[in-house]
Ligand binder design. Structure first.
Ligand code: AMP
Length: 438
């Protein structure tokens, strides 16, 4: 299928061609035609499915191509709400790319940066406002924004906005928008009951679109668990990053942990940086730009900060820690395997995280290979009682064992013959046949 049959204007088709988009993704094919007709949409699509273009293209067409006379913006005619600053910046970048050949004035409004430049931009006039709810409320309070002319509202990653406690802010914002003649497009990875309630309260007979099963991940992603003791996770991470130089996004659970990991990796010469909520907007933007340009090879992120990161062809995500909520695994893994590319999702899992791993396997309804890495086998193997699949036994490559053992102090200890033999016995009692990591 080509973009032409969706009814998009030549100026937008040209921009898509320049982006190298040959055909629409499923969410684009399903959402663009009804969106162009002015229907309200309730779209179930996770990040990485091309959902941004699914709303940005009809938005651009509606506001500018179909109505070029109104190209003198004053008050915003479209509002896109996103959960995080990064996602807002990403949506803005995409709107600029897709709207390259139409007159478009878009701006972002989010916290962590000064209010005044945003006030100035609003005063100059803007067509599309892309905002996080908290900072938009600040502008509403100080009357620096007028939302009375908004024709189209987009709620992007609505489930995450609700998870982050933005429901009261969203309701306050909705109260500022015209109720009549307004079009609303809600995008969400999952349709929790609160999302449905929000939709029914504020939308007009929305068309429901579901392109991927809720809580599913791209089929092009391979999942792998490396069992390891908590105390040896960092050494194993270092080992994995040193043995394969692919660009990698590493997830830690806390801001402090992410910082410590990034420092450790940087010290080891791996060109790493951290991205989390305590970093200034400038630091976050720089870290992301450096990662995208390849200046740094490893980005260590927390769940919140990683929301909305759009990195083309990211080959590998490593979970240094499993997320506390299984759904976050899906969001994390959404960074790899995008737009049909293959990806690898590795999780370093210690005995204490068995429960979290079980939740993830249940959510994915999918086997996850458990692959011990030579020299890093945990004292207590992970249980594989509900679906995890261990690879058939293979002899470890001697060379890898040699490199792993001396490099990491603890490895010699865990690889001691007596312990190793008893570990093997324990493992075979648990029915887990392990192999070594390639
Ligand atoms: P999104 O889900 O909007 O974050 O998009 C995920 C990635 O897919 C981004 O890198 C987009 O640039 C890319 N993308 C979106 N639509 C298409 C398309 N039709 N063809 C190829 N890549 C696309």
């Amino acid at each position: 299928m080509s973009f032409e049959i969706l009814g998009l204007a030549p100026a937008l088709l040209r921009a898509l061609d320049e982006q190298g988009y040959a055909s629409p993704t499923p969410v684009q094919a399903a959402a663009i035609p009804p969106a162009l007709e002015g229907r309200d949409l309730l779209a179930g699509a996770q990040t990485g499915t091309g959902k941004t273009a699914a709303f940005a293209l009809p938005l651009l067409q509606r506001l500018y191509v179909a109505d070029p006379k109104s190209a003198q913006p004053k008050c915003p005619r479209a509002l896109v709400l996103t959960p995080t600053r990064e996602l807002a910046a990403q949506v803005h970048a995409n709107v600029r790319d897709y709207g390259k050949h139409v007159r478009v004035r878009a701006t972002t409004i989010f916290g962590g940066v000064g209010m005044q430049p945003q006030v100035d931009a609003l005063r100059r006039g803007v067509d599309i406002l892309i905002a996080t709810p908290g900072r938009l409320i600040d502008h509403i309070q100080q009357r620096s924004v007028d939302l009375s002319q908004v024709e189209v509202l987009v709620l992007d990653e609505a489930d995450r906005m609700l998870d982050m406690g933005f429901l009261p802010a969203i309701k306050r914002i909705l109260a500022q928008l015209p109720r009549q003649q307004r079009i609303t497009w809600l995008f969400s990875a999952t349709f929790a009951p609160e999302i449905k309630a929000l939709a029914h309260e504020f939308m007009r007979a929305p068309l429901e679109i579901q392109v991927a099963k809720p809580n599913s991940v791209a089929t092009t992603v391979s999942h792998r668990v490396h069992p390891v003791d908590a105390a040896h996770k960092r050494d194993l991470l270092l080992h994995l990053l040193e043995s394969d130089a692919s660009q990698t996004l590493v997830f830690g659970r806390t801001k402090h942990g992410a910082d410590k990991l990034a420092k450790l990796l940087d010290k080891a010469g791996l060109r790493a940086a951290a991205i989390h909520g305590n970093k200034s907007q400038n630091q976050r933007t720089r870290a992301l730009a450096d990662f995208k340009s390849g200046k740094i090879n490893v980005l260590v992120a927390t769940d919140i900060a990683a929301r909305g990161l759009d990195i083309d062809q990211l080959p590998r995500v490593i979970n240094h820690d499993l997320p506390m909520v299984a759904e976050d695994y899906v969001h994390r893994i959404g960074r790899t395997g995008r737009a049909g590319a293959t990806g690898l999702a590795i999780s370093l899992v210690c005995h204490e995280e068995e429960g979290l791993l079980r939740d993830i396997r249940r959510l994915l309804k999918q086997d996850i290979e458990i692959v011990p890495v030579a020299g890093f086998e945990p004292a207590q193997p992970l249980r594989t009682d509900d679906g995890a699949r261990a690879r058939p036994q293979q002899k470890p490559p001697a060379a890898r064992q040699n490199t792993a053992t001396p490099r990491h102090g603890h490895a010699a200890k865990t690889a001691a013959p007596g312990k190793s033999a008893s570990r093997k016995r324990r493992r075979s009692r648990a029915g887990l046949h392990s192999t070594q990591s390639r």
